[in-house]
Design a protein around this ligand. Structure first.
Ligand SMILES: [Zn+2]
Ligand SMILES: [Zn+2]
Length: 429
């Protein structure tokens, strides 16, 4: 019987995983420039968190969650998105009591039961940030710019921020009433989902995939939420746009952008590139902390899929590379060199110098091939004459230069030579 990996999952093998490591490093470095700190929350949470925190009208909660009963009879769910868990942790650990705002980021696997297709997995991975404790429009601008910077630093091209404001607890209910009044007479013509949305969250009708629903929206003159904002939301939105312009962040106001989640208030955005749908996106969620049981605390965040970013990067002809490299390879001639070889390896590793050897009894020539394949910089040869003289041969594979070095000095010698060598990235001294 062959056991295969579950549908919609992937194995990241050596050769592929390096791009992920580079991506994760770029995400961390980019976010560190703005003083964001990492948070890690559980892979599973009580189901109720996502019902309350993601919203029970969303596709995620209705159709896509990996929910099961644990052995204690509690309903738990594998995290389908990042925000709810971070907000729960913020409340539970009383981070709001620290007298400052929380600027957090995560890089984590998420789980959704969706039809697997190109670039869409059931276990997928997201990077994201959440800022809790400020509703200043300047923080919206910071978060949007960071979202864009992460993608730019990964090498993605032709990026645009599509921006909208989806209003607040004051203007949204007014907009909802207008929508219900305009659309109720034609309720029967709407798709089944929009009939439901009309009662629960009519704003999301602008997100419908059914063309006919959009025709009806146009015909009845359904107002865009950004044309129906209260004064405060309107001022906030103006301010966000003003900052983005000043910061040279390329954006367009997209009036029908609503995002798929119920919790967004005011600023919402998606980042796109010609030929691709959303690459990342985010929004403000001023009511979410209360909804999850905490004190009223404004929040804003973004999330982006790692698989998606790497796929778009590949389509655009880009690539994240991080050649696997080894500082040294220790080659042994025969069994009598085993023990000194282990001493040399252990001494090198103790100084942080990466090194490896053959463990399958290969001949010297074949060991050199292994060293080549591992991109080793030096080969340290422990052969017959070396054992007799007590001096190892240290060969620099780039220059071919060979030196005889007393066993006890090998680590220091290699360390010094590594210090002199220009770094592979070409950015060295
Ligand atoms: Zn408002
Ligand atoms: Zn519809």
């Amino acid at each position: 019987m062959d056991i295969q990996r579950p549908r919609g999952t992937a194995d990241l093998l050596p050769g592929t995983v390096e791009a992920w490591q580079v991506l994760e490093r770029i995400v961390r470095e980019t976010l560190a420039t703005a003083n964001y700190q990492e948070i890690r929350t559980p892979v599973f949470e009580y189901t109720e968190l996502f019902e309350r925190g993601v919203g029970d009208t969303t596709d995620i909660v209705n159709k896509e969650m990996y929910t099961f009963e644990d052995r204690g009879g509690r309903s738990v769910t594998l995290r389908p998105e990042g925000t709810a868990g971070v907000v729960r942790a913020f409340v539970e650990n009383k981070l709001y009591g620290q007298g400052t705002i929380s600027k957090l980021y995560y890089i984590e696997p998420m789980f959704r039961y969706e039809k697997p297709q190109k670039g869409r997995f059931r276990q997928f991975h997201q990077y994201g940030v959440e800022v809790l404790g400020s509703e200043a429009p300047a923080i919206d601008a910071e978060v949007i710019q960071l979202n864009l910077s992460v993608l730019q630093n990964l090498g993605l091209k032709q990026l645009t921020v599509e921006l909208n404001s989806v209003g607040c607890a004051v203007c949204r209910p007014r907009h909802k009433e207008q929508m219900i009044a305009l659309l109720s007479p034609r309720r029967d013509e709407l798709c089944k989902e929009c009939q439901e949305r009309l009662e629960k969250n009519p704003l999301r009708m602008f997100d419908c995939k059914n063309e006919h629903c959009h025709t009806i929206l146009r015909e009845v003159g359904a107002p865009y939420i950004s044309d129906a904002l209260c004064e405060e939301c309107s001022e906030h939105f103006q301010a966000v746009q003003g900052y983005l312009t000043a910061m040279s962040v390329p954006f367009v106001h997209k009036k029908d952008l609503v995002r798929g989640l119920d919790y967004y208030t005011r600023t919402a955005w998606e980042i796109t590139s010609p030929g691709f749908t959303t690459i990342a996106g985010g929004g403000r969620y001023n009511g979410l902390v209360e909804q999850v049981g905490g004190p009223a605390t404004p929040g804003i965040g973004f999330g982006g899929g790692i698989e998606r970013a790497l796929w778009v990067l590949g389509e655009q002809g880009g690539r994240l590379t991080d050649e696997h490299e080894l500082d040294a390879f220790v080659a042994v001639a025969d069994e009598s060199a085993e023990r000194p070889a282990m001493v040399v390896l252990s001494t090198l590793r103790g100084r942080g110098i990466s090194c490896d050897r053959d463990y399958q009894g290969r001949g010297l020539k074949s060991q050199f091939k292994l060293a080549d394949r591992a991109n080793a910089k030096f080969v340290i040869i422990l052969g017959e004459s070396e054992l007799a003289s007590g001096k190892a041969t240290v060969k620099d594979l780039a220059t071919g230069q060979q030196d005889q070095v007393v066993f006890a000095d090998v680590a220091t010698f290699v360390q010094e030579r590594l210090g002199e060598a220009p770094t592979a990235g070409g950015q060295g001294a």
